[in-house]
Structure formats: structure tokens, C-alpha cells
Design a protein around this ligand. Structure first.
Ligand SMILES: [Cu+2]
Length: 487
């Protein structure tokens, strides 16, 4: 509208040539062309890198520049999980490598240094590069050497970079990946917090949480059978004290990358919905998304506002990876509750349904089941097989380092009341069973009736090599009452 008015005013008094110039108001030249016109005149800037989980800061420039990025490759032995060590190959000493952030059109002068203490040659393939090997062809670097090349960031988006020296899969599996973000000329909308999270798998000889220094296992890698699927290079990198912080009302942007080397991530934040997903790290914006697929060697940008306080768990929704391989991180949101958006628990009371004592009695009357010890053990066995055996296994043998055994369990047999409490209340935190430590979560089974719990524990405490007195209904009722539950 304003442009049209100006044109008519100008045409009346100056030459047609000038009118044409005004009619097409001089657009700011495309940043790629602008930088290419006089590359030697570009200001030279040192890149400000982002060390995960902090994202690299926004570029905040309205002109192109030459950005100097220095990455040093380090082979380091560090923790992959508590008590588990691994020799990582890294850009910059950690997994993922530093996040790089430039503006579309920028020239990026990339320096790759290979620490003289390293054993392997390395290079870098940045998916933001247009050119052979994404830079790998120019950066093959032996230990104690450095290489350099320059590329122009032609496309906006968020790109993975990784090492591409043979065996490529092994270099990536050992942790050699990171993200480079190429902002559009005008940048991305401002948000309150930006974080940098990358998923990756680790193929160790030992299974999940098997302690000690674990070597890389090529067979497992070829079979795509990782022991670990983690965020930011370590089981528990972003949980507990290391959770990502935010406050109610803030907007959060996650730069999420998947180093792979093999698996596609089904990235999800439990209890949140992404307002915007920049699909595959490109320009397509999807909205109102629950779970986004991020391929190996790909990325996504997730934006959301946090409306209510609490702990929001970031997972790969291929869910065994989250609970059994480490693909779990936390966002801790503090601030006032909004009971309209989320009420919190409103009801928690006993619901017996068809399991009421009356129903049990009716079944007994009909089937002639009596309260002999054998009758109770048989009923207890049915409950065990229906519920407990899913985790503790059919013979009560448990599952190494995940579910403790009930068979010959010193912990179970040491304290009858405690075992009743465990069934009613569940159990979490570290426990030692037969000399092995476990630190996992057992959910509560308060919905079982007193008689079911009594029968169940009578069975468990007299099976799988255990020997103990029966547990009677009155004992369960007493423990339940002492826990504040309803009779
Ligand atoms: Cu490498």
C-alpha cells in the first residue's frame, strides 16, 4: 500500500528510469550473493560454540561474515553410565561435539585439529556443506596434524556433522557427531531458553549397566543391537541435578539431533505437546505434534511453551530404549500450578470391582476352594503369574541388573512385613539382593485385596527355593492400615 502511493507521487515529477527504481524498492541482497560478491571484505569472527546442553547463542547479525570454527578431536575415556567407562572419540572432548551456529550466506572457515595423543586419524563431514564428502575430502587429519577448509552455508537449517573416516560407523558410534545450525537471514523467533540435545547409541561388549571399561562391539553394531541409547553421550546425562531447567510461562527451543549411527528416534516429551516442529531441521513447520521421527544423521527443532510445573521426561518413544537403555532426559519446570490446565490427582481410592471379598467368597462357594495351605498357595501362584512374573520372571529368577530375584532372595525373606509393604507400596531406590545391587522402580499393587496379597506372598515365600511361614490376611490388613490405606 505504502509502496504504491510513493510510486504515483514519484512518477509525476521524475524520469521513468528513476520511477522504475523506486517501484521495485531495493530489496536487501540475498545473503548468499552478498557474501559471494566480496568475500575478502567480510568481517572475520571467531565462532561462539555451544557446549551441550547449552545451545550456541543466536547469531544476531544482519550481514554476512566469515566465521572461524576450531574443533579439536580428542579420544577420551569417560563414564557412559555410573560405574561404566567407555573410550569416546569426540569433537572437543564431549558427546555431542560443540554446537556451531552461523547465518545463511556466511563463509565458514573450519579448522580440524587432531590431538597428538590420539591413536586414530579423523575428519569431518558437515551436512551443511555443499561439496565432496561434506568437507571430509579436505579434512583427513592424522594425530598431531591439523587441516582447514572453507565453505559457504547456502541453506538454512539444522545439520548434523560427524566423522567419516573408515570404519565410518565405528567413528560415529564412538561419539563423533554434533550439530551446526544455519539461521535464516532474519534469525529464528526469540525464545526464553534454547537447549542442545543429541541422541546416539553405544555398542558395548557388556550389556546395559555392566560395570567396568567396556570395549566397542562391532558385531552388535552391525546387528543394530545397542546396549545403550542415550542423550548427550551418557546414561543420565540430563536427569536429577543435571535436568534441563525452565520456568512456567517460558518458551523452550530444543535443537535435537540424532547421531545414530543406526536407529531412528521417536522423540517425545512426556506431558508436553510441541507447538512447532521444524521438521527434519528444515523450513517446514509442523504444529501441535506429540512425537517426531528424527532419522540417524538428522535433526529437528522443537518449540513449546511450558504452561505447568513438573518434571517432563524426554524420551525416545521406542520405549524400551527409554527405560532399559538410557534414552531418557528431564526438563524440570518450576513455577505456579494452573489447576485448570492440569488439576493434579483428584481421586485415589480403592476400587474393588468384581474382586470384592463377596465375589471371592462366591467363587469359593462355587468351586469348593477352601483355605488349606495348598489352596492358598495355588491362588497365590495364579496372582504371581498374572502380575509379578512379568518382571521377576516365571521362576522368580529376576533379570540381571534390572529386576531382582525373588528366588532365594535374602532381601525378601529377611522381613515379612516389609515384603507386604513392598507389594502394597512398590519399591524404588537402591536395594541389594543376594549381594547384587539394583536401582529401579517397582510400581505399587495396592489394588490387590488383602487375601490376594496374603496368598501371593505365601506362595512366593514358599517357592523357588524359599522357605517361610505363610502370610495371613490379618497381617496384610495391619500393614495396609499402618500405611494409611483404606481397609
Ligand atoms: Cu573419527
Amino acid at each position: 500500500m505504502r509502496g504504491a502511493l510513493r510510486v504515483s507521487a514519484v512518477v509525476s515529477c521524475v524520469s521513468l528510469l528513476a520511477a522504475a527504481a523506486v517501484a521495485a524498492p531495493k530489496a536487501k541482497p540475498d545473503a548468499v550473493a552478498e557474501a559471494a560478491a566480496h568475500p575478502e571484505r567480510l568481517p572475520v569472527l571467531e565462532a561462539q560454540l555451544g557446549i551441550a546442553p547449552q545451545a550456541a547463542p543466536p547469531v544476531r547479525r544482519n550481514h554476512p561474515a566469515k566465521v572461524v570454527v576450531k574443533l579439536e578431536v580428542k579420544e577420551v575415556t569417560a563414564e557412559l553410565a555410573d560405574l561404566v567407562q567407555y573410550t569416546f572419540w569426540t569433537f572437543g572432548g564431549s558427546v555431542p561435539g560443540p554446537m556451531i551456529r552461523v547465518r545463511r550466506g556466511d563463509l565458514v572457515e573450519l579448522h580440524l585439529m587432531n590431538d597428538p595423543n590420539n591413536a586414530m586419524p579423523h575428519n569431518i563431514d558437515l551436512h551443511a556443506v555443499t561439496g565432496p564428502g561434506g568437507g571430509a575430502a579436505s579434512t583427513f587429519t592424522a594425530p598431531g596434524h591439523q587441516t582447514q577448509f572453507t565453505f559457504q552455508a547456502l541453506h538454512e537449517g539444522v545439520y548434523v556433522y560427524h566423522c567419516a573416516v573408515a570404519p565410518v560407523g565405528m567413528h560415529i558410534a564412538n561419539g563423533m557427531y554434533g550439530l551446526i545450525a544455519v539461521e535464516p537471514e532474519s534469525g529464528w523467533p526469540a525464545v526464553d531458553r534454547e537447549y542442545y540435545v543429541m541422541q546416539g547409541e553405544f555398542y558395548t561388549r557388556g550389556d546395559f549397566h555392566e560395570p567396568g571399561l567396556q570395549p566397542f562391539d562391532m558385531r552388535r553394531a552391525i546387528h543394530e543391537d545397542p546396549a545403550y541409547v542415550v542423550f548427550n553421550g551418557r546414561d543420565g546425562a540430563l536427569v536429577g541435578d543435571r535436568a534441563l531447567p525452565a520456568k512456567v510461562g517460558e518458551t523452550v527451543r530444543l535443537f535435537f539431533g540424532n547421531g545414530g549411527p543406526n536407529l531412528v528416534s521417536s522423540f517425545h516429551v512426556i506431558g508436553e505437546i510441541f507447538d512447532v516442529v521444524r521438521v527434519e531441521g528444515g523450513r517446514t513447520e509442523n504444529r501441535d505434534v506429540q512425537t517426531t521421527a528424527v532419522p540417524a544423521g538428522g535433526s529437528a527443532v522443537l518449540e513449546f511453551r511450558v504452561e505447568v510445573p513438573g518434571t517432563f521426561v524426554l524420551v525416545d518413544h521406542s520405549i524400551f530404549r527409554a527405560f532399559n537403555k538410557g534414552a531418557l532426559a528431564m526438563l524440570k519446570v518450576e513455577g505456579p500450578a494452573d489447576k485448570t490446565i492440569y488439576s493434579g490427582q483428584e481421586v485415589n481410592e480403592v476400587y474393588l470391582g468384581e474382586k470384592s471379598e463377596a465375589a471371592v467368597k462366591a467363587v469359593e462357594a462355587a468351586t469348593g476352594t477352601t483355605d488349606t495351605l495348598q489352596g492358598r498357595v495355588d491362588r497365590g501362584k495364579a496372582v504371581f503369574q498374572g502380575i509379578c512374573s512379568t518382571c521377576h520372571q516365571l521362576e522368580g529368577q529376576g533379570l540381571a541388573s534390572v529386576f531382582p530375584p525373588l528366588a532365594r532372595s535374602d532381601f525378601l525373606m529377611a522381613d515379612k512385613e516389609r515384603s507386604i509393604g513392598i507389594v502394597l507400596q512398590g519399591l524404588h531406590g537402591p536395594v541389594t539382593v543376594n549381594g547384587q545391587s539394583y536401582n529401579n522402580v517397582m510400581p505399587p499393587f495396592a489394588n490387590l485385596s488383602d487375601r490376594e496379597v496374603a496368598d501371593l506372598l505365601t506362595f512366593v515365600r514358599n517357592s523357588f527355593g524359599n522357605r517361610g511361614e505363610p502370610v495371613d490376611v490379618g497381617e496384610v490388613a495391619r500393614v495396609r492400615a499402618s500405611l494409611g490405606g483404606k481397609p
